[in-house]
Design a protein around this ligand. Structure first.
Ligand code: SF4
Length: 484
């Protein structure tokens, strides 16, 4: 039986990273490197489209960037001075090539390639309307709706058509696109997903995170603003703000879990933010203990912050095996039952006889926490106290993160005491929503202003309409429409 990594089944998945570059002879090779740095944002598939002055060359593949875009042969086929790329995590089981991005279309106004991070919340409604008017969809990804809206727009230029299309969509998007004479970067008016601008010499780059700039030695210039559209062509960079102004609602989970800790997103170091959250957690939920142990890898910065604030030694009590592949063949139920140890094992010498504080970034279904707590006890821990560097995840995300449906979220079904019993820990505590905002430099959630965050998976306060969902299509956005 082929299954996904059993330790990751309980984690949230980001659903895409994007990268674009204009005006470099090695555009595709640099895009492949950028995507490699963004691999954590999507591991199911990747694609690159390049333009050589005459032809759009597109290569898309299932699997990791390194497995598909590291050979000279492949990169050599992607000739051109401009390129865009995409890494993808699909929300539903079947990952098929036709859904892999960048999407490419020959429009009446020229070739057009598009890569999208986010999720459109009126995708079903728009798709139905387009199909009724004759559009023939090739994929099930919501990104294709944007391509059809652009194709059917009556505006004269691709840029105006793209603006026209994006004015009709709802939801979260950070997109990069490529035309025959430019690349484009655009963020939705709330700025839910990240997109930054970098420079390598005179060459402009767009990327989901700054770690994709670092890998190619590019400098960070600035974040693309919410609602901003930038066009990069032979004359440089042109910025437009074509959408109605809206409140900034950057995904706070990017800071908690999704973004790489060496990235700086929205002016904040992800690593520092996670340490601050850990420190808040320690102030809010102190417990006497001998050691603080992170659940690797994403729990490490928060555990460091916790340990520093609490004055309790930080120890690596769980060791991660980095050589476990994304998939693993597990021949029997009995062996599958042991699956969690494929990737992580208790560092027994550190744990035996100790009172342990385990720090993790979040609890989704809770199955991973059950296994880790049991692992600590089997290694001889005297007490196991679970501390979570986010508030309870009580709601699903509809803006580009693959969360389970609400009835599968542990915190939507149980209170903290019940969760503690379920997990088997001696105590369980989450950072409060105000503590999370304090860690992000705000006084509290309520004092958050125009520089605010989306925190809907903790509060149910969805900042952008859920048109498909509210129309009675249930969880269509997350289940039926594969998002980018
Ligand atoms: Fe991020 Fe949660 Fe909002 Fe989704 S619902 S965008 S994961 S904060």
């Amino acid at each position: 039986m082929l299954t996904t990594n059993p330790f990751d089944d309980d984690t949230l998945h980001e659903e895409c990273g994007v990268f674009a570059i204009y005006g470099h002879a090695e555009a595709a090779a640099l895009t492949a490197l950028g995507l490699h740095a963004l691999q954590h944002r999507g591991q199911e598939a990747a694609g690159i489209a390049a333009f050589d002055g005459k032809t759009f060359n597109v290569q898309r593949a299932l699997g990791h960037v390194g497995d598909n875009f590291s050979s000279q042969e492949v990169i050599g086929r992607l000739k051109g001075h401009a390129a865009i790329g995409h890494t993808r995590y699909a929300t539903t089981g079947d990952v098929v090539l036709r859904n892999v991005q960048p999407l490419f279309a020959e429009l009446s106004v020229g070739g057009f390639a598009l890569a999208h991070n986010g999720n459109l919340t009126n995708n079903q409604k728009l798709r139905r309307r387009l199909v009724e008017r004759g559009s023939i969809f090739q994929s099930t990804t919501d990104t294709e709706v944007v391509v059809h809206l652009i194709a059917t727009s009556l505006n004269n230029t691709v840029v105006d058509r793209m603006i026209d299309a994006l004015r009709q969509v709802e939801g979260a998007y950070s997109c990069v696109a490529m035309l025959d004479d430019a690349i484009i970067g655009v963020r939705d008016p709330n700025g839910v997903r990240p997109l930054c601008l970098g420079k390598l010499g005179d060459v402009y780059i767009l990327a989901s995170e700054t770690c994709a700039l670092d890998i190619i030695g590019a400098d960070f210039v600035r974040d693309i603003e919410p609602g901003e559209l930038v066009i990069i062509d032979k004359d440089g960079l042109h910025s437009r703000h074509p959408f109605p102004r809206a409140q900034r609602r950057f995904c706070i989970f990017e800071h908690i879990y999704f973004a790489r800790p060496d990235s700086v997103v929205e002016g904040t170091s992800v690593y520092e933010a996670r340490k601050h959250i850990g420190a808040e957690l320690a102030r809010e939920s102190h417990v006497d203990a001998d050691i603080v142990i992170p659940v690797p890898d994403s729990g490490v910065p928060a555990a460091l912050g916790y340990a520093n604030e609490a004055g309790i030694p930080f120890e690596l009590g769980i060791i991660r095996n980095h050589y476990v592949g994304r998939t693993f063949i597990e021949p029997t139920d009995q062996i599958r039952h042991l699956g969690v140890r494929l990737k992580h094992n208790a560092n027994r010498a550190n744990i035996a006889g100790k009172r342990v504080i385990l720090v993790d970034d979040s609890i989704v279904r809770g199955t991973t926490s059950v296994k880790i707590v049991a692992m600590m006890r089997a290694a001889g821990a005297r007490e196991v106290h679970m501390r979570i560097a986010s508030p309870p995840t009580t709601h699903s995300c509809f803006y580009g993160v693959n969360t389970p449906e609400r009835n599968k979220l542990l915190a939507a079904q149980m209170d903290i005491e019940e969760m503690n019993d379920f997990i088997g820990s001696d105590s369980l505590a989450f950072v409060s929503i105000d503590g999370l905002y304090r860690a992000m430099g705000k006084r509290s959630r309520n004092t958050s202003d125009d520089q605010g965050y989306c925190d809907a998976c903790f509060t149910g306060d969805y900042p952008i309409s859920l048109t498909d969902h509210d129309n009675g299509s249930g969880a269509t956005v997350s289940r039926l429409a594969e998002s980018a």
